[in-house]
Design a protein around this ligand. Structure first.
Ligand code: S3P
Length: 425
């Protein structure tokens, strides 16, 4: 795909539903008793991978114009699939399913695409094994394919070495079926959608500081889930509005859960003022409308406990830093190396190819802002967040940018280029 600069963006949009919440709504809906109605479900490749896995385990999932309905079969209602379960490109599907399937009374194999087969799964294999799970990396390299043989589990108190909602959620989901209480303590708090939604479905969940706990569930009950817009998708439009002079964008119904909204705080520190209106905080995840105007940005240091709250937005923050005055330091973000791609190495290479003054560090990057960027030929490495970040960056650069494998945005935001095109002037 070829992208040329634009003057500004302006207008209104509603970004598609939150990816993390959509996955969890299918999962909890499937193991709950009765019907779960999901409004605002994200129909992207990742969430469809989750839905397809549950369909293969006997769950009926129906789609109408506005809702997705999951006919849950209760905590013990999943059936053995008739073959290997394909998680596609989705780390959330692979890791959360590992926890959910370890205590079933059947065996399964989980796999996924080339990227998934390189991502670390030992982080879920180890704690689940401590609970009594029989789960193995088929090739012995700590990655998928994973062979899981259903077993009886016992609750543990797990001190996680990484702040990861996927690890935390895998353990909590396994804990629903375990004997006794299960808890996970993280080095800093990761997104808490699993805790919030489990509570909504009738689970017995505790959250105290950095520790989340769950008691074995008697039964969960189907719910109506309203999925807010994904703040990770909104981030691209926030950045485009901030970077392109005279831009004004209203993004409606964006999830602003504190464990996800670090990007708003960083934008504020960089000198932006983003207005938040019509906040609603019904059961579960809060949402609001965001009004963003262009601003002149300054460099910041991003590190410490805020990192898990903006982990997926760090590529976009790095690109924004190229246009900011002064130096930006991103640290404590080594997790970026084990996402859909090595997002530190790829962002540094790509932004440098566009003319940025940027250096890779072990756990992040350093960017000296202010050098004008120019178009380049960019390999997205089939990573959706790299593609969307560099598409926005290209709008504010000089000359033409070519994005290879640009269609990988289907993983989280199939209509991304159309939405961006609609707002560009
Ligand atoms: C997610 C958690 C994060 C995030 C990913 C979605 C989730 O991953 O990067 O896009 O839905 O739980 P980690 O748990 O690996 O940090």
């Amino acid at each position: 795909m070829k992208i040329t600069p634009v003057k500004k963006i302006s207008g209104e949009l509603t970004v598609p539903g939150d990816k993390s919440i959509s996955h969890r709504a299918i999962m909890l809906g499937s193991i709950a008793k009765g019907m779960t109605e999901i409004h605002g479900f994200l129909e992207s490749a990742d969430c469809l991978s989750t839905a397809a896995c549950f369909a293969r385990m006997g769950i009926q999932i129906e789609k109408s114009a506005r809702t997705v309905t999951v006919h849950g079969r209760g905590l013990h209602g999943l059936k053995a699939p008739d073959g290997i379960l394909d998680c596609g490109n989705s780390g959330t599907t692979t890791r959360l399913l590992s926890g959910l399937l370890a205590p079933q009374n059947f065996d399964v194999v989980l796999t996924g695409d080339e990227s998934i087969q390189k991502r670390p799964m030992k982080r879920v294999i180890d704690p689940l094994t401590d609970m009594g799970a029989r789960i193995q990396s088929v090739h012995g390299n700590g990655c998928a394919p994973l062979q899981i043989c259903g077993s009886r589990l016992t609750g543990i108190r797990y001190n996680s070495p990484v702040a990861s909602a996927q690890v935390k959620s895998a353990i909590l989901l396994a804990g629903l079926y375990a004997d006794g209480k299960t808890s996970v303590t993280e080095p800093s708090l990761s997104r808490n959608h699993t805790e919030l939604m489990l509570r909504q479905f009738g689970g017995s969940v505790t959250s105290e500081g950095l520790t989340a706990g769950v008691l074995p569930a008697g039964e969960l009950y189907g719910q109506r889930v309203c999925v807010p817009g994904d703040i990770s998708s909104a981030a691209y439009f926030i950045a485009a509005a901030l970077l392109l002079p005279h831009s004004e964008v209203l993004i409606r119904n964006v999830g602003i859960n504190k464990t996800r909204a670090g990007i708003l705080e960083v934008c504020r520190q960089m000198g932006a003022s983003i207005e938040i209106a019509n906040a609603t905080g019904k059961a579960g995840d809060p949402s609001a409308d965001l009004f963003v105007r262009s601003a002149s940005l300054k460099g910041v240091t991003v590190g410490g406990p805020i990192i898990p709250t903006l982990i997926d937005e760090l590529p976009m923050i790095a690109a924004m830093a190229c246009f900011a005055k002064g130096t930006t330091v991103i640290r404590d973000a080594a997790e970026l190396r084990v996402k859909e791609s090595n997002r530190i190495a790829i962002m540094v290479d790509s932004l440098r190819a566009m003319g940025a003054d940027i250096e890779e560090t072990e756990d992040g990057m350093q960017i000296r802002g202010g050098r004008p960027l120019h178009g380049a030929r960019i390999d997205t490495h089939k990573d959706h967040r790299i593609a969307m970040t560099l598409a926005v960056t290209a709008l504010a650069a000089e000359g033409e940018t070519e994005l290879l494998d640009a269609d990988c945005v289907r993983i989280s935001y199939p209509g991304f280029y159309e939405d961006l095109g609609r707002l560009t002037v």
